[in-house]
Design a protein around this ligand. Structure first.
Ligand code: SF4
Length: 141
């Protein structure tokens, strides 16, 4: 097997130029901006691991924010369940520090949750009250 070249980036999330993952030193130096957007991964990119574990996003290779196993529950129960709803609302509220995995991650930045999508989600889960503070936090009209 050929040896890896020194400058070659590893494959996977940590090596991706699209998914920025911060280290502890970065975080201490650059806390999340107050207008950090909710990570679309929590809505749009579920990941199912080989063993049936459903991860909240594609960056969670260690299963830190896994939400359950498809051997024990069906997809809708997990993906639209209490834990995922909690994660999504924390992101909408800008409370990223309450999910250490997300706090230490730059989030998915090559697609987004539009304001309309966030508003529709809040309506769906009966939390329309969070729209006004969200709009203010994100500087929306
Ligand atoms: S912020 Fe990072 S860890 Fe959190 S859901 Fe997004 S990609 Fe995953």
């Amino acid at each position: 097997m050929a040896a890896r070249k020194g400058k070659e980036r590893p494959k996977g999330a940590r090596g991706s130029s699209l998914l920025r993952v911060l280290g502890k030193a970065d975080l201490e130096a650059t806390p999340s901006p107050s207008n950090r957007m909710p990570c679309p991964g929590l809505w749009k990119t579920p990941v199912i691991r080989w063993d049936g574990e459903l991860m909240a996003c594609c960056a969670d290779v260690d299963g830190e924010i896994a939400v359950g196993n498809l051997r024990d529950a069906d997809f809708d129960q997990l993906w639209f369940g209490e834990q995922m709803t909690s994660y999504r609302l924390l992101h909408i509220e800008g409370r990223f520090e309450e999910i250490p995995k997300c706090w230490s991650c730059g989030g998915i930045n090559f697609y987004k949750m539009s304001p309309d999508e966030v508003r529709a989600y809040l309506d769906d889960v009966g939390r329309a009250d969070l729209w006004a503070p969200y709009a203010a936090r994100m500087g929306l009209a």
